[in-house]
Design a protein around this ligand. Sequence first.
Ligand SMILES: Cc1ncc(COP(=O)(O)O)c(C=O)c1O
Length: 368
Amino acid sequence: MMIPPVDLGTQYRGLKTHIDAAFQDILNSGTFILGPHVAAFEKAFASYCSVDHAIGVNSGTSALHLALLGLGIGPGHEVITCAHTFIATVEAIAYTGAKAVLVDATPDTCEMDVTRIEAAITPNTRAIIPVHLYGQPVDMDPLVEIARARNLPIIEDAAQAHGSTYKGRKVGSLGTAACFSFYPTKNLGAYGEAGAVVTNDPELAERIRCLRSHGERARYHHDLVGYNYRMSAFQGAVLNIKLPYLDEWNTQRRHHAEAFTKLLADLPLTLPVEAPYAQHVYHLYVVQSDQRDALYDALRASQIIAGIHYPIPVHLAPAFADLGYEPGSFPVAERLAKEVLSLPLYPEMSMEQIERTVVVVRGFLEAH
Ligand SMILES: Cc1ncc(COP(=O)(O)O)c(C=O)c1O
């Protein structure tokens, strides 16, 4: 039997009655975009993140784009983020006409190295985007201190970290605004594309609300050049039904991660580190090995599907050649791109599946 990287079918079967009923309600109502299901989710998600406002949009990438635009970021500006992230973080900066300035990652938590931020700031810097990669928050206190001293907003990229906490505080409430993706495989996933921006700033929330729907403040009154970035009613309904289960699913992920860590501890493999300030929600369980590609193949040969997040660091992607970086610019990100491997991990995973994965990893490493 194959062990997939995620299992969305089992989760759906558990929630089927509620989801099917909500979809039927939407089909009968004819309100397919925004509407009461999205409004209810926005309210519940803002409260979950301990913030005042949530704005539902059509993807995490759109959420980042609108957060940047809402803060007035555009041509001539620079935005600092990490070289080891999913490409969307940097794409959103490019959409605004601003330039992405990258910093290297830390070798253990694989996240933005906040000790490198200060050196990356220039007179053109207008924002910082920490990425809470793999489900663990960036070390926010030193970052907030640097940003405050220079009056720079922080936009959290929380696309992989729904429900994780930093020193007991929820991600999403740690900066000026935060962006979430609800791509189906995320810890809180929709059944299509969806995302949200959350913030405590009422004016920023209002601008983002306006920008997500053609710059309208009232129907056909266009105050800004906006976008069609609205959330689908079907996605709002799915997310609203799933949100109450998020903490339980995150707890299951943490248990599975603990089991992996215990069973893999004696092997020549770098295991994920939970920072003392963090509660990791293990969107991904990422190990590091200098034999990554061969290990990936060995797992695949045993029908265990691992992932690689991500094989090419942003600064070496042809799409971002114009940022002017080169091989060697960010040595940690470059090494991680060669060595990271995401083992299958999802709430519905069984102990037997975890043990089978460990047997294959152990067998490979003992033979090589
Ligand atoms: C770190 C990060 N940022 C942004 C995004 C973009 O989200 P979406 O795929 O919903 O556009 C993702 C999604 O995979 C992500 O992992």
